[in-house]
Design a binder for this molecule. Structure first.
Ligand SMILES: Cc1ncc(COP(=O)(O)O)c(C=O)c1O
Length: 392
């Protein structure tokens, strides 16, 4: 009879039959899968046989999230990753090679600027920043080397809403693809592939997870493009984790409800802050004063504008920092898209890569604070933020 340890390992590895399907997708918390022979493993590693071999390549919980996200974004295929940045990295490196170039918005998540500086530059991929709300400027920025134009449905942190349809048309004419980071809108408020984009990315860390408790990303598009991105992920690393994929699936079930509440809360707070003492400007696409308010109505579902707003405070950098120290309901923390209202100061956190000149070009000011409106009661939020701006 085998010894205790051998029996324990065999006994604890037996997967029980499950004749009744569970209501939730199981968490396949395993790094590897047993195969019958070398041929099966080789075919699984080449994706020429359905199934799973090793979690960096694929995993059933990941596959369930990929299918769900593909359905909700109207995509042929999806790849889930360990973070939003891993998805952006895979999107870019599967599209561009050395000697080619990428066009990015001036107002873009700071991590993309970091990627350009720390990774792409060293790989011989050039990046040009442009005001993506200006179609002529986008057209002028695309040259013979440009293979990808990167956009954000709603930009971080200035909440600019871009005309994905028009930019896709002009990029395609010039032989470039269009990738859209749809994190701020979520698949509930916008589907950029239907507007002509070729790739869509999400940081599932944000609205899809929805509770500030996971790190994850997703890349969606045509099957061949997603397969190329999977090769980048397999070879460079950055794969999703099964537990995080499960939590993202759970988040999807309440995404619509949460986005509706984020949107109605954010609209109420934006109205309360607009014109309040100490406030120069509130940037929220749902406000009639927003530069792309009409575009937002066309791009975003049902007149909703999501939960992100930026407030330019009259006292500059010092006012921004003091505001964060006075919050009682909202939390001073980076990130966004969760049940809690999170406030940050882009000039010193997510956009610290930008100097004052680059901040101004991107439509930001040193006194700008970014607010990710959560799911609390809107009156409590409006009172907390107004008091924190006014010095309490
Ligand atoms: C718009 C946007 N895209 C991508 C990312 C990166 O996502 P992650 O932190 O999951 O890598 C962030 C992070 O804040 C973001 O705000």
């Amino acid at each position: 009879m085998p010894g205790f340890s051998t029996r324990a390992i065999k006994a604890a590895s037996r997967v029980p039959p499950a004749p009744q399907a569970p209501v939730n997708v199981p968490i396949y918390q395993t790094s590897t899968f047993e195969v019958a022979d070398a041929e099966e493993l080789a075919e699984l590693l080449e994706f020429s046989r359905p199934g799973h071999s090793y979690t960096r390549y694929s995993n059933p919980t990941h596959a369930a999230l990929e299918e769900a996200l593909a359905e909700l974004e109207g995509a042929e295929a999806c790849l889930v990753t360990g973070s939003g940045m891993a998805a952006i990295h895979a999107a870019v490196l599967s599209t561009l090679r050395s000697g080619e170039s990428l066009v990015i918005p001036r107002a873009v998540y700071g991590g993309v600027v970091g990627l350009a500086r720390a990774v792409l530059d060293r790989s011989g991929i050039a990046t040009r920043s442009v005001d993506t709300t200006d179609l002529e400027a986008v057209a002028a920025a695309i040259d013979g080397t440009t293979r990808l134009v990167w956009l954000e449905t709603i930009s971080n942190p200035t909440t600019a809403v871009v005309d994905v349809r028009a930019i896709a048309a002009l990029a395609h004419e010039r032989g470039a693809l269009v990738g859209v980071d749809n994190t701020f809108a979520s698949p509930y408020l916008a589907n950029p592939l239907a507007l002509g984009a070729d790739l869509v990315v999400h940081s599932t860390t944000k609205y899809i997870g929805g509770h500030s408790d996971i790190s994850g990303g997703a890349l969606l598009g045509r099957a061949d493009q997603v397969a190329a991105a999977r090769q980048v992920l397999i070879n460079a690393g950055g794969n999703a984790a099964p537990l995080e994929a499960f939590l993202a699936l759970r988040g999807l079930k309440t995404l619509a409800l949460r986005m509706e509440r984020h949107s109605s809360n954010a609209y109420a707070v934006a109205c309360a802050l607009e014109g309040a003492p100490g406030v120069v400007r509130v940037l929220y696409p749902g406000l009639a004063s927003h530069p792309q308010h009409e575009m937002a109505k066309r791009v975003l579902r049902g007149g909703m504008a999501g939960g992100m707003l930026s407030v330019d405070l009259s006292g500059g950098r010092a006012a921004g920092e003091a505001f964060l120290g006075r919050l009682r309901v909202a939390v001073h923390a980076t990130s966004l898209g969760s049940a809690e209202t999170l406030c940050s100061h882009p000039a010193s956190s997510s956009h610290r890569q930008l100097d004052d000149e680059a901040l101004a070009l991107a439509g930001m000011t040193p006194g700008m604070v970014r607010v990710s409106i959560g799911l609390e009661d809107p009156d409590d939020l409006a009172a907390d933020l107004t008091a924190a701006i006014g010095g309490r």
